[in-house]
Write a protein that binds this ligand. Structure first.
Ligand code: AMP
Length: 215
């Protein structure tokens, strides 16, 4: 099963992608996570991506496509994968189609998480992430047991460096201009499944499972 997660920043793509991975035993491929890890390790890739990410801008396609290509040809992706945060431009979607075609495969489901911008801003501002192990929390929707402390490793929680008001605004503009056209792109291919992003993490996950079971 090959799944793409579409949706604006803050819609909960990462959270839902993790739940699907666990349930269906599929690897989650998130360029955002890969780039943040590279930035933390101060690799050349990380240094190149960091300034784009901090400003809320998309990282250039050549960087992202390289990451995806290397990842999806690995053995654990043979039975499928979940793309969380890719593709984010029409050019990336075209490139993905080419890559998969060469591997004799294609995308099965495109799940499009939908939520109002007011709700998205609320969600983004409440996000916290562990600086050490990367576990994600939300002060309202998924609080840690002790405020500011990671449940998994006991280290401190921080806001992502692209959570500043300026960067968040820019991420929305990037989404509207470059990523939202993908909704029509996949609608035309009859692969799009709109999912309401309203409600609890479990309610949204139930909606997604219904779609995957029906498909
Ligand atoms: P995310 O964790 O998916 O919200 O991604 C965080 C940041 O990583 C984005 O704001 C971009 O700067 C960069 N990024 C992640 N995925 C992509 C992509 N497919 N294309 C370009 N930039 C990306």
């Amino acid at each position: 099963m090959r799944i793409i997660f579409l949706g604006p920043p803050g819609a909960g793509k990462g959270t839902q992608a993790k739940l699907i991975c666990k349930k269906y035993n599929l690897p989650q491929i998130s360029p955002g996570d890969i780039l943040r890890q590279a930035a933390k390790n101060n690799t050349p890739l990380g240094r190149r991506a960091q300034s784009f990410m901090d400003q809320g801008l998309l990282v250039p396609d050549d960087v992202i496509l390289g990451i995806i290509y290397e990842r999806i040809k690995q053995a654990d992706c043979e039975a499928g994968f979940i793309l969380d945060g890719f593709p984010r431009t029409i050019a990336q979607a075209d490139a993905l189609e080419d890559m998969l075609l060469k591997m004799n495969s294609e995308i099965d489901f495109v799940l499009s998480l939908e939520l109002s911008e007011v709700e998205l801003v609320k969600r983004l501002s409440g996000r916290r992430v562990c600086d050490t192990c990367g576990e994600e929390f939300h002060i309202k929707f998924k609080p840690s047991h002790t405020p500011g402390i990671c449940d998994r490793c006991g280290e401190h929680l921080i806001q992502r460096s692209d959570a500043s008001e300026e960067a968040v605004k820019k991420r929305f503009v990037e989404y509207r201009e470059k990523t939202s056209p993908l909704v029509y792109y996949y609608e035309r291919q009859n692969k799009l499944h709109p999912i309401s992003g309203d409600g609890t993490i479990q309610q949204i996950f139930t909606r997604i499972q219904r779609v995957l079971r029906a498909g």
